[in-house]
Design a binder for this molecule. Structure first.
Ligand code: CP3
Length: 357
């Protein structure tokens, strides 16, 4: 195995001391970059890009050529798992993801097949191996999957939703049926993440974008329990190194305290909770990742620099912070503005790690 030249991310995720705050950006490979749009056009469409390991590798590396980032994230999507279950994923321009055969009833759920991830999803593991080879140890590679609840909202609603009427109806009327579906998705997701780790992913993140649509008890039952099932089944060490697990429930707020108990290494925090509050909820037991409002990147360089300064100050001194946005970067952002953010983190963060003896 190639030596990892920059292990700041892995150290920070373990809350070990670092000379500056490491950073990566959710959706760092995406439509705000003209070179991404060109490669997607070459692939034809988004899913063809995901299914082509060489091109998926190319777009994974694009943001690293522009910016001094401390991690790469696999280019893929959380909906590859239900696609492999036969739901028929497609993207309609401007409308987001859709499924040809959504799972609406108990019979649909019972009919979900048992799949072997090495059959239907091998293009993802091929992409991981290709990216690791091309990265050549420069920075670690993050693998990812969606939380069963979040993936479940797309499976049941058939696409993006704001109100989640069908799956919330299932939670109310047939909770045991929903439990069974989430258990199944969690089991496949565990295999899926473990196969990414075996192919070379050095940390993994679980995206729970819609967990906060559930009230507290239902959040524990339908979102947190299925993430717990995954954490319990993950490979946690490989080649003598810990494989950190990051959980990200958007809008988690005080639920961050419950999330610590899963045994994860780190929690993603969105911008509606300050890092200072998140540190109190989690009692410094895990690392925290975040949390600048992505809309800040629409501002002037001064506004962006102030946002970085405030985020670093909110976390304060000491290890265990990974700088990121509070959610993914949006397609309307000027790439130069992200450069201002990255440079500001490099310039300002060492002060938070200086030995104050
Ligand atoms: O962070 C990264 O750079 C890795 C790549 C990544 C993508 N999707 C690529 C993508 C990751 C981590 C995801 C996760 C994902 N996918 C989530 C959780 C995200 C979060 O931040 O909470 C969700 C809910 C999805 C499902 C999904 N995929 C949606 C809703 C969409 C449409 C979004 C849109 O803005 O149109 C996608 C498509 C998608 N996934 C794109 C990218 C770069 C845009 C596709 C394109 O090129 O047109």
């Amino acid at each position: 195995m190639t030596e990892l030249k920059n292990d700041l991310l892995l150290r920070a995720l373990k809350r070990q001391p670092v000379p500056r705050t490491p950073l990566w950006i959710m959706r760092q490979a995406g439509r705000y970059l003209p070179e991404y749009r060109a490669t997607r056009a070459e692939a034809g469409d988004f899913m063809s890009l995901c299914r082509n390991p060489e091109l998926a590798c190319e777009v994974t590396l694009q943001p690293l050529r522009r910016y001094k980032l401390d991690a790469a994230i696999l280019f893929s999507d959380i909906l590859t798992v239900p696609d492999a279950l036969g739901l028929g994923l497609y993207f309609e321009t401007g409308e987001g993801p859709k499924f040809e055969r959504p799972v609406k009833t108990r019979a649909d759920i019972e009919a979900l097949p048992d799949i072997d991830v090495t059959d239907g999803l091998s293009y993802v593991f091929d992409a991981v191996r290709t990216i690791r080879r091309e990265l050549d140890g420069r920075v670690p590679l993050i693998g990812f999957a969606g939380s069963p609840w979040t993936v479940g909202t797309y499976m049941v609603e058939g696409g993006s939703s704001r109100e989640f009427p069908t799956i919330l109806g299932l939670a109310r009327e047939e909770p045991a049926t929903l439990d069974a579906m989430l258990k199944k998705v969690a089991s496949i997701t565990t295999d899926y993440l473990n196969a990414q780790i075996e192919a070379g992913a050095q940390a993994v993140q679980i995206f729970d974008t819609w967990g906060s649509a559930l009230e507290a008890d239902d959040y524990r039952r339908f979102s947190l329990a299925s993430m717990q099932q995954i954490v319990d089944g993950l490979i946690r060490e490989r080649d003598g190194r810990r494989i950190p697990v990051i959980l990200f429930t958007k809008g988690a707020g005080p639920r961050l305290a419950d999330m610590v108990a899963t045994g994860c290494d780190a929690l993603g925090v969105d911008w509606t909770t300050s890092l200072a509050d998140a540190r109190k909820y989690t009692d410094d037991k895990v690392a925290l990742q975040g949390n600048l409002d992505p809309a800040t990147l629409k501002g002037s360089p001064e506004v962006i620099r102030q946002g970085v300064a405030d985020t670093l100050a909110s976390y304060g001194k000491g290890p265990g912070h990974v700088f990121n946005l509070g959610h993914g970067i949006t397609p309307d952002i000027d790439p130069e503005h992200l450069g201002v953010l990255v440079d500001a983190v490099h310039e300002m963060s060492p002060a938070y790690h200086a030995d104050d003896s």
